[in-house]
Design a protein around this ligand. Structure first.
Ligand code: SAH
Ligand code: MG
Length: 223
C-alpha cells in the first residue's frame, strides 16, 4: 500500500528516541497499552524543541510512555503534569517514572480528568502546552477546562482524531458504541476548527492529530 511505503521511507529520517523509550514502546505494544504512534511522537518532539514550553499538561498518561518521551525533548527546567484515572495504569506509570524520571520532572495526578481539570483551573494553574490523549468520547467535555488552562499563544495537541480510521466511514458502518465516540469526535473537530479562540490544523499523522494554537489576542465580540 502507498501509505506503508511512505511510512518505510519516512522511517529513514526519523530521529531515534533513547533506548529505554524504544523498550517502553515495545513493551506497551506487546501488552496492548494504547500509546502514541511514532509520527505523533515526531510531532511532539518537533513542537517541544521549537516552542520550548515550560509547563506541560497531559490528559491520559496510560503507563507514562508519551510523558517520558515529552520529557526527553522539553527544556531542562520544564515540568509535566499528567492525569490518569485507571489504577493499573497508574501503578505502571508510577513505576516507569520512578525508574526513568530521576529528576522528578513529571507529576502524576490520579483521578478523572473531568474532576482534575476543573480542580487545576480552580487552583489557578496555567500551561503552555497541553496534550489531550484520554477517552476520545470526552474531549469535548474537557475542552472548556483545557481552554482556561491554556495560556494565550499556547498549543493544544489532540491525539486519535481519526479513531483508527473510523471517522472516515459513514456513521452506519461502525458499531453502536463506536458510533457515539465517532459522533463526539466529529463534533470535537467541528468545534476546534470553528473556535474563535483557536487556530487549528488537522493532520493525518499517526491515528490523526490536531494542533491548535490559542490566539494571542482575545477574539473581538461580533455584533
Ligand atoms: N498518552 C499515553 C496514552 C494514553 S491512552 C501515551 O501515549 O503513552 C489513554 C489513557 O487515558 C488511558 O490510560 C485511560 O485510562 C485514560 N483515561 C481515559 N479517560 C480518562 C479520564 N476521564 N480521566 C483520566 N484518564 C483517562
Ligand atoms: Mg493516543
Amino acid at each position: 500500500m502507498e501509505e506503508e511505503r511512505m511510512e518505510v521511507f519516512l522511517e529513514l529520517f526519523r530521529e531515534e528516541p533513547p533506548v529505554y523509550i524504544q523498550e517502553l514502546e515495545k513493551e506497551a505494544r506487546q501488552q496492548g497499552v494504547p500509546i502514541i504512534r511514532r509520527g505523533t511522537g515526531d510531532v511532539l518532539r518537533y513542537l517541544l524543541r521549537t516552542q520550548k514550553p515550560q509547563r506541560i499538561l497531559e490528559v491520559g498518561t496510560a503507563v507514562g510512555y508519551s510523558a517520558l518521551l515529552m520529557a526527553e525533548y522539553m527544556p531542562e527546567n520544564a515540568r509535566i503534569t499528567t492525569v490518569e484515572k485507571v489504577a493499573s495504569r497508574l501503578a505502571a506509570a508510577r513505576r516507569n517514572f520512578e525508574r526513568y524520571d530521576s529528576g522528578g520532572r513529571i507529576c502524576l495526578v490520579e483521578g478523572d480528568a473531568a474532576e482534575v481539570l476543573p480542580d487545576l483551573v480552580g487552583q489557578g494553574f496555567q500551561y503552555d502546552f497541553i496534550f489531550m490523549d484520554a477517552a476520545k468520547g470526552q474531549y469535548l467535555n474537557f475542552l472548556p477546562g483545557v481552554m482556561e488552562l491554556l495560556v494565550r499563544g499556547g498549543t493544544l495537541v489532540s491525539d486519535n482524531i481519526m479513531h483508527e480510521g473510523d471517522i472516515l466511514q459513514s456513521r452506519y458502518a461502525v458499531t453502536r458504541r463506536d458510533r457515539t465516540i465517532h459522533g463526539r469526535m466529529r463534533e470535537y473537530l467541528e468545534v476546534l476548527t470553528h473556535h474563535r479562540e483557536l487556530e487549528t490544523i488537522c493532520l493525518p499523522i499517526g491515528d490523526g492529530i490536531t494542533i491548535s494554537t490559542k490566539r494571542k489576542e482575545a477574539a473581538h465580540e461580533e455584533t
